[in-house]
Design a protein around this ligand. Structure first.
Ligand code: SAM
Length: 213
C-alpha cells in the first residue's frame, strides 16, 4: 500500500475517541463495556481503508467488529467511513498486531479476519506474514478454544504458505476455495484490494481455519 504522509491524521483520530480506542490496553478484558453489550467480537487485522469491516458491521448488527490498522495515514480513511456510517458496532485500533495480547484477554475475540495481508514474498521476511506461526499463537491467545481465522488473498504464494502454516499449527481447515468468486460461497463482502485485483481478472483464494480445543 502506498503511504501518503498525512500530518492531520493523528489529530483527526484523537478527535474521535468514540470510534478509535486510544488506550486499548485499558480495554483489555473490558471490551463488552466499550460496546455496551455482550455480542461476539470479530476483528480484522490489517483493515486498511476499512471497506470490508464497515460493510460487515452494517450487514451484521449483532456482531461487534474491530478494525486494526498499524498506519494512521491509512486508518484515517476507515475512520471517515465510520463517521459517515455512524455504526455502534464498529471500533478501530491504530496498533501493530504484534501486540494483540496487550489489548485482548483469552476468549475475548471470537473470530479473526485476515484480508489481502501483505505477502512478504522474501523468505527472510516470512516472520512478518500475518499467518506466520507466531501470529497464529497471538490469535489463539485471544480467542476461545475453537476460534476461527477467515483469510482471503489474491496471492497464491501467501495462500499456500498460510494453508501449510494453519495445518502445521494443528488447526482444522474448514473451508478452502481456490476461486472464491466462482464458488458457491454466499455473503461475500469485498475488500478494497479484492475489488482491485478481481477487476484485473485475478482469482481470489479463501480459507477458514479453526483452532482445536
Ligand atoms: N485488508 C485491506 C484490503 O483487503 O483491502 C487492506 C490490505 S493491505 C495489503 C494490508 C494492510 O495491513 C495494510 O494497510 C497494512 O498497513 C496492514 N498491516 C500489515 N501488517 C500489520 C500489522 N502487523 N498490524 C496491523 N496492521 C498491519
Amino acid at each position: 500500500m502506498r503511504l501518503r504522509h498525512k500530518p492531520w491524521a493523528r489529530e483527526k483520530i484523537e478527535a474521535h475517541p468514540q470510534y478509535v480506542i486510544l488506550q486499548p490496553e485499558e480495554q483489555k478484558g473490558r471490551w463488552k463495556e466499550a460496546f455496551q453489550n455482550d455480542h461476539p467480537i470479530y476483528i480484522e487485522v490489517g483493515t486498511g481503508k476499512g471497506q470490508f469491516v464497515t460493510e460487515m458491521a452494517k450487514a451484521h448488527p449483532d456482531v461487534n467488529f474491530i478494525g486494526i490498522e498499524v498506519y494512521e495515514s491509512v486508518m484515517v480513511t476507515a475512520l471517515d467511513r465510520l463517521i459517515e456510517a455512524e455504526l455502534p458496532n464498529l471500533k478501530l485500533l491504530n496498533v501493530d498486531a504484534e501486540n494483540l495480547t496487550d489489548y485482548f484477554e483469552k476468549g475475548e475475540v471470537s473470530r479473526v479476519y485476515l484480508n489481502f495481508s501483505d505477502p512478504w514474498p522474501k523468505k527472510r521476511h516470512a516472520k512478518r506474514r500475518l499467518t506466520y506461526k507466531t501470529f497464529l499463537k497471538r490469535y489463539e491467545d485471544i480467542m476461545p478454544a475453537s476460534g476461527e481465522i477467515h483469510f482471503k488473498t489474491d496471492n497464491q504464494g501467501l495462500f499456500e504458505f498460510s494453508l501449510m502454516s494453519f495445518s502445521e499449527y494443528g488447526m482444522l481447515l474448514k473451508f478452502v476455495s481456490l476461486d472464491l468468486h466462482n464458488s458457491d460461497f454466499e455473503g461475500n463482502i469485498m475488500t478494497e484490494y479484492e475489488e482491485k485485483f478481481s477487476a484485473k481478472g485475478q482469482r481470489i483464494y479463501r480459507a477458514e481455519a479453526a483452532f482445536r480445543s
